[in-house]
Design a protein around this ligand. Structure first.
Ligand SMILES: C[S@@+](CC[C@H](N)C(=O)[O-])C[C@H]1O[C@@H](n2cnc3c(N)ncnc32)[C@H](O)[C@@H]1O
Length: 213
């Protein structure tokens, strides 16, 4: 790569980062509960979300609440060529941005509750890995419960889920509820160290091997 290419790449990356921040800020003003964040996640948080997943043998991977693709970028870099990758994003503008950036991913402009229906459209029964960027702390409890049930019903028994929460929201009732349910349904529930290199700082939860109901 020559200097001109590096320069052009940096400029287009900075432009994309700026655009994403503006998209997030505008969405936060309009629907703070739905986006649940002022800024897209950092590279450090993305790494902490993707690294624990065993993607080498994954055939079916789903991302819930991908936004503008902070985790998707790293995810597609590590996916086997043959794996099916679906993303469910409830906001239509962010879904369009995401689909235009990642042709490798099939983006559905649908709520995460439609996870099972989307898998079935591709002839898949369950996902091997699920990555969730959903704003659990600001979501109402009924929606949270429906989405968690959709995850439990549509992940392989050996499957892995990563999700995250912001440090300052850790004691919000809905965040506590989400962690309680995940801990009770998965054989392992592992919180990460605090990811300080994110605005705001966050904690990743890695869950694996779901208990049969
Ligand atoms: C905190 S942002 C995270 C975006 C991205 N993963 C990141 O980390 O930068 C949460 C995203 O979840 C989406 N979202 C909220 N509720 C959803 C739902 N029920 N189904 C699918 N996406 C949802 C929002 O529209 C938003 O794009």
């Amino acid at each position: 790569m020559n200097l001109k290419t590096v320069n052009t790449t940096c400029t287009s990356q900075s432009r994309r980062t700026l655009l994403d921040c503006l998209l997030f800020l505008a969405a936060f003003v309009r629907q703070p509960g739905q986006i649940g964040a002022l800024f897209p996640s950092s590279r450090s948080l993305a790494t902490a979300m993707i690294q624990p997943l065993d993607l080498r043998h994954a055939e079916t991977v789903v991302e819930l609440g991908p936004g503008t693709g902070a985790f998707t970028r790293l995810l597609v870099d590590q996916l086997p060529q043959s794996a099916l990758c679906l993303a469910l994003e409830v906001d239509s503008a962010r879904s369009r941005v995401l689909q235009s950036r990642f042709q490798r991913v099939i983006v559905y402009n649908r709520s995460a509750e439609a996870l099972g229906a989307c898998l079935r459209r591709h002839g898949r029964r369950k996902a091997d890995c699920i990555i969730s960027g959903l704003p659990w702390a600001s979501m109402n409890l009924c929606a949270q419960s429906r989405i968690l049930e959709a995850i439990f019903a549509n992940i392989q028994s050996y499957g892995m889920l990563t999700t995250f929460g912001y440090l300052h929201c850790r004691d919000f009732p809905n965040a506590v509820n989400m962690r309680r349910i995940l801990r009770s349904r998965f054989a392992t529930f592992q919180p990460s160290q605090i990811i300080w290199k994110n605005v705001p700082p966050a904690i990743v939860y890695t869950c694996s091997s779901i208990h049969p109901k």
